[in-house]
Design a protein around this ligand. Structure first.
Ligand SMILES: Nc1ncnc2c1ncn2[C@@H]1O[C@H](COP(=O)(O)OP(=O)(O)O)[C@@H](O)[C@H]1O
Ligand SMILES: N[C@@H](CCC(=O)OP(=O)(O)O)C(=O)O
Length: 364
């Protein structure tokens, strides 16, 4: 089956470190330039493109490694990204400029997307850029994002951006044609061309990571399933193949890739945010059997204090909390309508406003 082409209104393109870096660790300027040529083509054809580009650390490492001595991993990442991000964006700026296209930098952290207000600020910024015809180039702010609150990698970030910006597709470019049904090194393995919503590919994926990438194929597959489940088509393709973006988006030439079909019913904007916010959850609600059955059977069911048996952790009103079954299994996440002290005080009580309204509930 082909990876058929389609003209999209708005897409996110994520470019992995492996695509932008040569084997010897130096930036692959020819490849970056070829990708910008294609993105300029999409731009001219009226497709709004948001670029999520890795490569800052690799780019900075190539400049600094020869001159820094012993340095711990966190400092190295901070140092390399501080220098590499400037170098990377300068290159993008010059290349886009040749087409009369202006690009701009958006640096973010997982923490700065954790409240709805900051999330909306970021979205507003990128909407303003797109409205002005500016191509946003997004990366994690690696200089300050050093704790457990880091994104797993830019695949996770790109999934969040795709949902936040209400895009129709996310194209993840790596150094491989897609997800293989066995070891990519085994000649008998083939690229899985189509993935239906909800299909689990974990059995095929070698969890070892590449030397330059951060999350590896495991995150790519997990994020792709989640994003497709939110109604956004996801394509994993080889960024080193000539003309890959043009073929995927404009010409319709047959090109090998893995395509995750979008689930039919896109979630509402706020649900997309909640769905992607699992990593920021501050606490948890344990449901009784009745409440667990009610939310799984009806999309309109909210979580009421009467059906909650325990509250874990400390949280504020509007924070994201996890929802657990009576056995402790994860059921989903939601935005809580009160702080943890109030939730504890009201446990088991009837007739109160829902702890989580169904509009702010995302079930797995
Ligand atoms: N089943 C599989 N199919 C394809 N690639 C796989 C599979 N299992 C593991 N991989 C590895 O995942 C790598 C791509 O992930 P990653 O290193 O994170 O890339 P990037 O830097 O582009 O984000 C491939 O180079 C490949 O070695
Ligand atoms: N923010 C880092 C990217 C880390 C990362 O996620 O890399 P990759 O797995 O290659 O997309 C950088 O710019 O170097």
């Amino acid at each position: 089956m082909n990876c058929e082409s389609k003209k999209y209104r708005r897409i996110v393109i994520k470019i992995g470190s492996n695509v932008l870096t040569r084997e010897d660790g130096r930036p692959d300027t020819t490849r970056i330039s070829a990708l910008v040529d294609q993105i300029a083509g999409l731009y001219r054809a009226g497709v709004e493109v948001i670029l999520v580009s890795s490569g800052a650390v690799a780019s900075g490492r190539s400049v600094l490694e020869p001159r820094v001595g012993r340095i711990d991993t966190v400092s190295a990442r901070q140092l390399f990204s501080a220098v590499g991000q400037v170098k990377l964006l300068n290159r993008y700026y010059d290349l886009f400029n040749e087409y009369g296209i202006v690009c701009g930098q958006v640096l973010t952290t997982k923490e700065s997307l954790s409240t709805r207000r900051q999330y909306l600020n970021q979205r507003n910024c990128m909407e303003a850029m797109l409205a002005a015809g500016v191509v946003p180039i997004v990366n994690e702010n690696d200089t300050i994002s050093v704790t457990e609150l880091m994104f797993t990698d830019n695949d996770e970030l790109s999934g969040l951006v795709a949902a936040m910006m209400d895009t129709e597709a996310l194209i993840i470019l790596s150094n491989i044609d897609g997800i293989y049904d066995g070891s990519p090194a085994d000649p008998a393995s083939q690229v899985i061309r189509r993935v239906a919503p909800g299909r689990d590919l974990s059995q095929y994926i070698d969890t070892a990571r590449s030397s330059r990438g951060r999350g590896g194929m495991t995150t790519k597959s997990r994020i792709s399933s989640r994003v497709a489940g939110e109604g956004i088509e996801v394509v994993i393709a080889n960024g080193r193949r000539d003309g890959i973006l043009t073929d995927l988006v404009l010409t319709g030439r047959d090109v090998v890739c893995t395509r995750f079909e979008a689930a039919p019913r896109p979630a509402s904007g706020v649900k997309k945010w909640i769905a992607s916010s699992e990593g920021f959850a501050k606490g948890a609600l344990h449901l009784d059997a009745g409440a667990a059955a009610a939310i799984s059977q009806s999309k309109a069911a909210s979580i009421l204090a009467v059906g909650v048996t325990a509250v874990e952790g400390e949280f504020e009103r509007d924070d994201i909390v996890r929802i657990l079954s009576p056995e402790g299994a994860p059921l989903g996440v939601g935005r809580i309508s009160c702080d943890s002290a109030t939730a504890r005080r009201n446990l088991g009580r009837k007739g109160l406003k829902p702890l989580i309204h169904c509009d702010y509930l995302y079930l797995e």
